[in-house]
Design a protein around this ligand. Structure first.
Ligand code: NDP
Length: 488
């Protein structure tokens, strides 16, 4: 069996070997998941809820083991890994408990023309769902798809990132351990090729979380077999600070959002648009807070290393570009990059065409630009090719500003809070992807609608028959005119 190594990003040393799943391995996993899918569906909501809550309890009892693996493979502090796993379990519990209500058959009005019919919409699971996940939140992110797909009645084949294969294996092994159910949730480890095989395997839907560049490849591959996709991609999330904002709180939350997890958060703050009247005070708070933060290994740093070594060059390139284009360095600089760590970097007044503004940096760096009005902040926010999340700080205008933003999620007077609310959907627009996980929308994503109409009694008019007369046609037109198109 071919294998590949996973590494501890702090030491750079190998910490495990994992199966390099071939095309045949992936196809076999999907076939096994397909075979067991009717059984999982037949358990119905009650049976699936029981199994998923057993799994939830098992993960809670063994949280320390899971968290240790996350910390080892990503380099993030234990406390961050604990928060990540806890939030993921909150979603698992919610999906398990709410699936029945969300997927209940709904009764619709049949309209006047079909008044003799009953009209209902049923939701059916898709079959086998493929999930491809990233490394930055290796529990929270894929579980946003896995939990909701399983609760909706699908079986799942999961390909974790090559940087976090042990986390993926732990999740699948724990499902089997907790429920005793084989093949309902399978993990296939491997590199990018293994992900491609999963896209080609004939799964009934593919839920991808990762970079926009890979998402385009995934969508292209899946298009060949008409496999529907959900794409959760990168972002360039803004923090908008109005002049009536609580500046201390805004700065505290912004620095945490930008720097925690070494800035490797898809919905983390990457750029700030602050009203010019309060910019200096806001910047002062940011600098004071960031000065007390440093990277280091778990137990020492406030955040860890860049999990993926190749990200270091991108972070360095963005810092250099911001400075070369005239950005004012307020903290750190190119010298802040010392692989595998990056110290906090804050740069102000960065031109909007700098890569530090146009591309996802995914490092503990923050751009702070001042704006004359909130309209300017909104326009600059919406000019981005990304549209994932945003944070708005204002005592009076939060809702108004939020409504104007072209993105999938907004937190007012908080950061990334939407990710922790299980009842609302998570996802983006534009290059940040499409489709939704979390909430009722996240459960519906993993089902298809089946419309069922049933004749309750027969009418003297037979519309769907060669017995239909010219008089019948005239009657339809006349009634339609009287009702002004309200026939349906
Ligand atoms: P990548 O796009 O590099 O990889 C994502 C996954 O896709 C990995 O499992 C990878 O495998 C796999 N993959 C690589 N090539 C292919 C292929 N050709 N076909 C199918 N699968 C493939 O993303 P990262 O892992 O670097 O994750 C970081 C990105 O994820 C950031 O852009 C971040 O913003 C985004 N993200 C988005 C979130 C959201 O919900 N919107 C949440 C979290 C992160 P392998 O690792 O083995 O190469």
């Amino acid at each position: 069996m071919s294998t590949f190594d996973s590494y501890n990003p702090v030491t750079g040393l190998s910490i495990g070997q994992h199966a390099l799943s071939s095309n045949e391995d992936v196809d076999a996993a999907v076939a096994s998941a397909r075979e067991v899918a009717p059984f999982w569906q037949a358990l119905n909501f009650k049976g699936r809820k029981k199994a998923l809550l057993q799994w939830n309890s098992y993960l809670l009892e063994n949280l320390d083991d899971l968290v240790e693996i996350v910390s080892l493979e990503t380099g993030k502090p234990i406390s961050d890994a604990t928060l990540e796993a806890s939030l993921a379990l909150a979603h698992l519990g919610w999906a398990a408990r709410q699936a029945e209500e969300v997927l209940r058959t709904s009764h619709r009005s049949p309209g006047l023309l079909m008044a003799n019919m009953s009209a209902t919409v049923e939701r059916s699971p898709l079959g086998v769902v493929g999930v491809i996940g990233p490394w930055n939140y290796p529990v929270f992110t894929p579980m946003g798809s896995i939990s909701y797909a399983l609760a909706a009645g699908n079986t799942v084949v999961f390909k974790p990132s090559e940087y976090t294969p042990a986390v993926g294996k732990f999740l699948a092994d724990s499902f089997l351990e907790a429920t005793g159910l084989n093949d309902v949730f399978i993990c296939v480890t491997g590199l990018g090729e293994t992900g491609k095989y999963l896209c080609e395997s004939g799964v009934n839907k593919l839920a991808f979380t990762g970079s926009t560049a890979t998402a385009k490849k995934v969508a292209a591959t899946c298009a060949l077999s008409m496999t529907p996709v959900i794409l959760e991609c990168g972002g360039k999330d803004p923090v908008i600070v109005d002049r009536d904002a609580d500046l201390k709180r805004a700065a505290d939350a912004t620095i945490w959002s930008a720097m925690s997890n070494a800035g490797q958060t898809c919905i983390g703050a990457e750029r700030v648009y602050v009203h010019q009247d309060v910019a200096e005070e806001f910047i002062e708070h940011c600098l004071r807070i960031a000065a007390a933060i440093k990277p280091g290994e778990p137990g020492i740093g406030n955040y860890g290393p860049a999990t993926m070594p190749t990200q270091i060059a991108i972070i360095e390139r963005h810092i250099k570009d911001a400075i070369a284009k005239g950005g004012r360095v307020l903290m750190g600089g190119v010298e802040s990059v010392h692989a595998p760590y990056v110290d906090p970097v804050i740069i102000a007044d960065v031109p909007e065409d700098s890569t530090a503004i146009t591309e996802e940096t995914f490092g503990p760096t923050l751009v702070i630009n001042r704006v004359a009005t909130m309209q300017e902040a909104i326009a600059l926010t919406n000019a981005s090719r990304y549209g994932l999340g945003a944070s708005v700080w204002s005592k009076r205008n939060g809702k108004k500003i939020a409504r104007s933003l072209a993105c999938g999620m907004v937190s007012i007077n908080s950061v990334i809070a939407f990710a922790a609310v299980a009842s609302i959907p998570f996802g983006g627009v534009k290059d940040s992807g499409y489709g939704r996980i979390h909430g009722p929308e996240g459960i519906l994503e993993f089902t298809y609608a089946r419309s069922v109409v049933r004749t309750r009694f027969y009418l003297p008019l037979a519309f769907t028959s060669f017995r239909r007369t010219a008089g019948n046609d005239k009657l339809i037109v006349r009634v339609n005119k009287i009702l002004k198109g309200r026939l349906g």
